[in-house]
Write a protein that binds this ligand. Structure first.
Ligand code: NOJ
Length: 541
């Protein structure tokens, strides 16, 4: 067996700085706010913070449009605050994983400002420029945020490529000097003792726009191997690539340690379990549990011994899982715990998104005027233009908009949920009086303590880290159950995704390890009546 890596036993907590905790009352979360909550993360037991971008940015896409890779946005604090934060994390045994957004920069990054000014700029080739065709865009490539991926630039009369917002021009990874600048920048952060990188849409860097290739371009893996060699390789750091277009074969290519690329990827196949196949995320279908289970099982099996999975339900790009696949009304606590159990029982590195650990829910948006995210607003316009009825558009946006994840963290029942003393940059969910961290910490039966137990279990039990995975009852439409096995020990994880009672059976008896309802020490597995959203982890005897 390969030597165990520290991140195989770790649990990651994602912080979206803008919405986490505001220390100075300007309504925007900041680094000192995060510092003031390190005790909370310590209590939860997480090992790594994935810090969404804190760099200077015009905020066309909330920080994913970076204008200075080495700085700290004044909204979030100073470099001194950042250094203190890094030091305090180190003292608390928490690693920081920085967000690395190098598929594109902001159009206000000095490279782009230079590049667009003249055809002869030394930075011109850092980006991707094409002449128009008969006064039209070079080709029909589309931006993820809607509309053409090409934007005309008056200064030089050419178009530049942007797969996201037009204020996020794509970098040209073919350019060696540009790559060298990126390596220098990464090494700068490594020298500042950060312990990892989460790589934004990294599967797009190998694009070939003339062949209309976006993800998984021909040179993608060569670039990642070069990055590994030139920066973090051999440094015992943690790297995860965001890859929307990966299948298991591609997942192995990234995360097979022998290939020296990344440690793991975020792939999103399972997150399509409530989307009409082949359509957009806004085209809703009820959760297809059978699809969800098969997808998880496929990734668990096909990366076994050959790569590593990341496990997540949530991020700043996804709606709140308890509203999505649980029940955020009468079974909020039970279903949030069940979902946590289903995920944390598997093999891989679990990620928790801020607020997930207290069962935060989607926002009850009443109309388009409540929403602010660039992707959401563009989707609204696009669907309107396509003739979708307002009601249907709003149903999709309420279910899937990224805005759901970005409402401020609910700390207590004081005004604005204790997130800020000022006026928050974005609306706080009105349920903050009931759902908040303070209340969760006071209640031993809260979602928080369930997450705390799951995190602790991963530390205590090598089976959770290394055990094999076997899916049970694959066609059952209510129950997600699987077996983990390691060195003659067998654990059974049973999760009822249904809001009514459901039956489940497995030979023999089990010793209860963790559950979300009152549960005896021993479970008769042959005939279990699962309660709504019940989840049990037990050792098979
Ligand atoms: C993925 C990020 O997670 C998302 O928030 C962002 O809008 C796009 N990449 C573009 O950077």
């Amino acid at each position: 067996m390969l030597e165990e890596k520290w991140w195989e036993r770790s649990v990651v907590y994602q912080i979206y700085p803008r919405s986490f905790c505001d220390s100075n009352g300007d309504g925007v979360g900041d680094i000192n706010g995060i510092r003031s909550k390190l005790w909370y993360l310590k209590k939860l037991g997480v090992d790594v913070i994935w810090l969404s971008p804190i760099y200077p940015s015009p905020n066309a896409d909330n920080g994913y449009d970076i204008s200075d890779y080495r700085g700290v946005s004044p909204e979030y604090g100073t470099m001194e605050d950042m250094k203190r934060f890094i030091q305090e994390c180190e003292d608390s045994d928490i690693s920081i994983m920085m967000d690395l957004v190098v598929n594109h920069t902001s159009d206000e990054h000095p490279w782009f400002v230079e590049a667009k000014s003249s055809l002869n700029s030394p930075y011109r080739d850092y980006y991707i420029w094409r002449k128009g065709k008969a006064g039209q865009v070079p080709n029909d490539l589309q931006s993820d945020f809607g509309g053409s991926a090409w934007e005309y630039s008056e200064e030089t009369g050419e178009y530049y490529l942007h797969f996201y917002h037009k204020k996020q021009p794509d970098l040209n990874w073919e350019n060696e000097n540009m790559r060298a600048e990126i390596w220098k920048m990464m090494n700068h952060w490594i020298d500042m003792e950060i312990k990892g990188f989460r790589m934004d849409v990294i599967d797009v860097i190998g694009k070939d726009p003339d062949k209309k290739i976006k993800e998984n371009g021909p040179k993608l893996h060569a670039y990642l191997q070069e990055m590994n060699r030139e920066t973090f390789g051999g440094k015992d750091m943690m790297t995860v690539g965001e890859c929307w277009g990966a299948d298991t074969k591609i997942g192995r290519a990234y995360s097979d340690p022998e290939r020296k690329e990344l440690d793991m990827i975020f792939q999103f196949e399972q997150m399509q379990a409530d989307q009409i196949p082949g359509k957009q995320k806004w085209d809703l279908r009820p959760l297809d549990l059978v699809y969800l289970k098969h997808t998880f099982a496929k990734w668990q099996k096909e990366l076994e011994g050959k790569g590593w999975n990341s496990l997540f339900w949530n991020s700043h790009d996804l709606p709140r899982i308890v509203s999505r696949w649980g029940n955020d009304k009468e079974y909020r606590v039970e279903s949030a715990k069940m979902l946590a159990t289903a995920l944390h029982g598997m093999k891989g590195t679990p990620y928790i998104y801020q607020g997930e650990e207290i069962g935060m829910t989607n926002y009850p948006f009443s109309g388009i005027e409540d929403l602010v995210d660039v992707e959401t607003l563009n989707a609204y316009q696009e669907r309107k233009a396509q003739g979708f009825p307002e009601e249907e558009i709003m149903r999709s946006l309420c279910a899937k908009a990224r805005d759901n994840a970005r409402t401020p963290m609910q700390w207590d029942d004081s005004p604005e949920g204790g997130f800020t003393k000022g006026s928050p940059w974005y609306r706080v969910n009105p349920n903050y009086k009931e759902i908040n961290a303070k209340r969760a910490l006071e209640d031993k039966g809260s979602v928080f303590y369930h997450y705390q137990k799951l995190i602790a279990l991963r530390k205590e039990e090598p089976l959770l880290v290394h055990g094999t995975f076997e899916l049970l009852c694959p066609e059952d439409r209510h129950v997600f159950a699987y077996v983990r096995e390691w060195k003659c020990k067998k654990w059974l994880i049973i999760c009822n995704f249904y809001e009514g009672p459901t039956e489940f059976s497995y030979p023999g008896k089990g010793r209860t390890i963790l559950s979300n309802y009152e549960q005896g020490e021993e479970v008769l597995l042959e005939h279990i009546q699962l309660r709504p959203y019940e989840a049990v982890i037990c050792e098979v005897m």
